[in-house]
Design a protein around this ligand. Structure first.
Ligand SMILES: Nc1ncnc2c1ncn2[C@@H]1O[C@H](COP(=O)(O)OP(=O)(O)O)[C@@H](O)[C@H]1O
Ligand SMILES: [Mg+2]
Length: 160
């Protein structure tokens, strides 16, 4: 059984994330979406809300699991018997940070390999940050996030 973890903030889940998680699920027997508990980043969605959105999007997919984590990602991976970290790469902007993280994680635990995947071109410009910005300014993100995420974004905006 080959298990991978797909870590991130997922604040909120976008179709770019969904694309990468599905690609990961195609390569590994099981993929665990690992949601970072990051209070300093002051996320728009609570950890529980971020977990629910991923659960809803992958309800039909038994090979995709969801967990939260704090602390070192490689320790989380080890605890879950994962052999790989799956990360998505958009344009050049992601590269430098991802390169540093991958090499640091390897230094911390060489048994866990980082695997990068490219999303479909139509999702390659989506970020959670931009999606939040557009919704808060009254724009539509239909087709860029799962429908349940879109509803929750509009609820947040309505409540201010
Ligand atoms: N549109 C996208 N296409 C492909 N990968 C993406 C996209 N948006 C985010 N990702 C990837 O998903 C992972 C989690 O991203 P994110 O939720 O922003 O968490 P982080 O805080 O770790 O950047 C990262 O590997 C990121 O590069
Ligand atoms: Mg990010």
């Amino acid at each position: 059984m080959r298990i991978a973890v797909c870590p991130g903030s997922f604040d909120p889940l976008t179709n770019g994330h969904v694309d990468i998680i599905r690609r990961g699920a195609g390569l590994f027997d099981r993929i665990i979406v690992a949601i970072l508990v990051n209070e300093q980043k002051t996320p728009l969605f609570t950890t529980a809300e971020r977990v629910e959105m991923v659960r809803e999007a992958f309800a039909a997919d038994v090979s995709v699991g969801v967990e939260t984590f704090e602390g070192l990602l490689v320790d989380f991976a080890e605890r879950h018997d994962a052999c790989a970290i799956v990360r998505g790469l958009r344009a050049v902007s992601d590269f430098e940070y991802e390169f540093q993280m991958a090499l640091m994680n390897r230094r911390l635990n060489a048994r866990v390999e980082t695997v990068f995947m490219m999303p479909a071109a139509e999702y390659s410009y989506i970020s959670s940050r931009l999606v939040k910005e557009v919704v808060m300014l009254g724009g539509s993100v239909a087709g860029l996030v799962p429908p349940a995420v879109e509803r929750r974004l509009h609820d947040k905006r309505a409540r201010g």
